[in-house]
Design a protein. Structure first.
Length: 307
């Protein structure tokens, strides 16, 4: 029998107030695949990650003691606004020992640094053994580590994902793929093609607490993105020990109040779960465009010029 599903919805108004996400306790791998992955339904899973050794062990000191000398690649942004990550200006990646990065996160410099999608196996095999992402996927576990950060609004073009919160909490705004026309994605040939042009930090500031729910009460980025005001987010407050499933093409913006550690795993989706016409056609166009570019680069110069 499918695990019991709890649904709590926040009141909706003409201002497109947010709604909460359903939560399911410890579904089996088969239930997870059938009821959520196959149906492109995001969900919060409880009763799983809080049983992993990582949930009890992964304090900053434990990470120092276990893998403090391991080199890690972290992202640096002077302003603390990672909205510019995949713009033509590029980004500043720095490599340093994990213990040094943890020291930075405890200093006044913490907002300028963030580590995302770092292969956990390259940091420590012991840390890998502390997790249990294989319950739902064989994707390589990747560590995210930071403090007081806000990550840009984006979607995953070809992959499904589980986000497993180990330490601290995240506040996440999810937008369904059908809202693509309201979210102002960069052009499909842009380096930032999976990201929104709406500044995520301003987006978060436009939300206010209404008892237990976040509510959209103010315009974002002035009049630059008027359609965005019509978008309806799903709000997720992900606590330590909980897992969020993010289906392919679901947009998400994450904010991290305080110190947080999570492990995510990604796996290839299938095209029948893509959302058409958008962003499915953009994803296919991007794939075909870069396949053609790679093919042309492999030709002799004269042949490429004639093709």
């Amino acid at each position: 029998m499918l695990a019991r599903i709890h649904r709590v919805f926040a009141p909706m108004t003409q201002l497109a107030h947010a709604q909460d996400l359903e939560r399911v306790e410890a579904p089996s791998a088969e239930e997870f695949q059938r009821e959520f992955v196959e149906k492109n339904r995001p969900v919060v899973i409880t009763g799983v990650a809080n049983t992993w050794p990582a949930f009890e062990r992964w304090t900053p000191q434990y990470l120092r003691d276990t893998a403090g000398d391991s080199p890690v690649t972290v992202h640096y942004e002077e302003s603390g606004n990672f909205q510019r990550w995949y713009t033509p200006e590029g980004r500043d990646d720095r490599t340093l020992p994990l213990r040094e990065f943890l020291d930075i996160l405890e200093s006044d410099e913490h907002r300028r640094y963030y580590m995302s999608e770092h292969d956990l196996s390259l940091i420590s095999k012991k840390l890998c053994a502390d997790t249990g992402t294989s319950r739902y996927t064989d994707g390589e576990p990747k560590m995210f580590l930071g403090r007081d950060t806000c990550m840009p609004l984006h979607y995953h073009a070809t992959t499904e994902a589980i986000l497993c919160q180990i330490e601290g909490s995240k506040e996440i705004l999810l937008y369904s793929p059908e809202q693509f026309p309201l979210l102002y994605a960069h052009p499909w040939r842009s380096p930032a093609w999976m990201f929104s042009r709406v500044d995520g930090r301003l987006q978060v500031k436009s939300f206010t607490r209404d008892i237990e729910h976040l509510r959209l009460d103010a315009p974002t980025n002035g009049d630059d993105f008027p359609k965005f005001k019509k978008a309806k987010p799903t709000v997720v407050k992900l606590e330590a020990g909980e897992i969020l499933f993010i289906p392919v093409h679901w947009w998400h913006l994450t904010t991290c109040p305080g110190f947080q550690v999570n492990v995510s795993a990604f796996w290839k989706s299938v095209r029948r779960r893509y959302t058409f016409p958008q962003p499915g056609f953009q994803v296919l166009a991007h794939e075909w465009y870069f396949k053609l570019r790679r093919k042309l680069r492999g030709k002799p110069a004269a042949a490429a010029a004639m093709s």
